[in-house]
Design a protein around this ligand. Structure first.
Ligand code: KG4
Ligand code: ZN
Length: 346
């Protein structure tokens, strides 16, 4: 099969992104990616304001696509397909990227596919990497999701665990707000934690009997510890202790998933995959267990269109495509209540 180039568009939340990815056999190469961040627009609200986000996507979408093509030295006429993230996300935001992708595909007479953003976070670990060995345990750790999958291939996923309250990225952001580290908080808390002592502040380790996750109790424990006069001025220690118990839960569940579902590899993606401690601990775990670790490059951890283009390219290479009626949806098809529920009772 000859190489194909797919344009991907991501606009699910507060990043407008376009990317070109070449698929050649199983290998996925990023030819160009441009992302316009809206962080500055939302910072004063310490969270994303949907109406501001969708208007900013409208302003940015065409310039971002144009810049991506220019940086890759390709014209739209050299494309073989177009993909857009169509779920999960803010509907007004998703519609901007989805409409742009459908219009381009129609105008250029190219196949169009809609991509599930959660699936794309896993595929991000395959970008610019040698082909992976299957089956794999996949972890998506982002601002909206904390989900564990058994993967037979990039296309066959079964949900085996998910958060029952906050997502881990959300816990990082709330922890950063408690410690007054600013927005977006996860990366700032991670940086601040590097200088702290991980055992200085006792915080509870959450150990559920299933492969599910829970983070809200840890966040409450951090709030109480941060209010205690004896911890005044110990922001580094608080951040470091908090990061330690959040990451310990992710690592524990990957380890237990490997016990339950023997696998050749572990694949990790999502914004929290950029976390320094998670990257170190996952490397140690996988080395101990003799499995391959593929953790998305930090460039492809937080929201970006390269992961959307790659997931779309995998589908288009299989001859799949979606029709113009494909709708935006607020939830992932890979969340509990969709696929995977029956497997969890196994
Ligand atoms: O995947 P992503 O860009 O968006 C969603 O799909 O939700 O993830 C964003 C999340 C935010 O909660 C952010 O605080 C967190 O990823 N994050 C981090 C780090 N970098 C980003 N959390 C912990 N450590 C980091 N280095
Ligand atoms: Zn994301």
């Amino acid at each position: 099969m000859s190489a194909r180039v797919v344009l991907g568009i991501e606009s699910s939340c507060d990043e407008t992104s376009a990317a070109l990815v070449r698929i050649d056999g199983g290998s996925l190469t990023v030819l160009g990616c441009t992302t316009a961040s809206q962080d500055a627009l939302h910072a004063e609200y310490r969270g994303v304001v949907p109406e501001i986000a969708s208007r900013a996507h409208l302003d940015c979408i065409i310039p971002v696509i144009r810049r991506t093509c220019e940086s890759a030295g390709l014209s739209l006429h050299q494309l073989n397909g177009v993909a857009a993230g169509h779920r999960p996300g803010l509907i007004g935001s998703l519609l901007v990227g989805l409409s742009a992708a459908k219009s381009l595909a129609w105008a250029l007479d190219l196949p169009f596919v809609g991509v599930d953003h959660v699936h794309a976070h896993l595929v991000a670990g395959l970008l610019d990497q040698p082909c992976l060995e299957w089956p794999a345990i996949g972890l998506v750790a982002s601002g909206g999701h904390t989900s564990l999958f058994r993967m037979e291939s990039p296309h066959e996923l079964t949900l085996i665990g998910a958060t029952i309250d906050d997502a881990v990225g959300e816990a990082f952001d709330k922890g950063a707000a408690i410690l007054n580290l600013g927005y977006p908080g996860g990366s700032r808390l991670d940086e601040c934690a590097e200088a702290g002592d991980p055992t200085a502040i006792p915080l509870p380790f959450t150990r559920l009997a299933t492969l599910d996750f829970s983070f809200s109790g840890i966040k409450t424990a951090l709030r109480l510890a941060a209010c205690s006069p004896e911890n005044a001025g110990r922001t580094g220690d608080l951040a470091c202790s908090f990061r330690r118990v959040l990451i310990a839960q992710l690592i524990r569940n990957i380890s237990r998933a490997l016990d339950e579902y023997p696998s050749a590899s572990v694949l990790i993606g999502g914004g929290v995959a950029a976390n320094r401690l998670l990257r170190r601990e996952a490397a140690t775990l996988c080395a101990d267990r003799g499995v391959i670790l593929r953790i998305a490059d930090p460039r492809w951890c937080t929201d970006n269109a390269a992961m959307i283009a790659a997931t779309g390219a995998l589908r288009i290479a299989r001859g799949e495509q979606d029709g113009p009626e494909l709708a935006a949806h607020p939830l992932s098809a890979l969340a509990r209540g969709h696929r995977g529920k029956q497997e969890r009772t196994k």
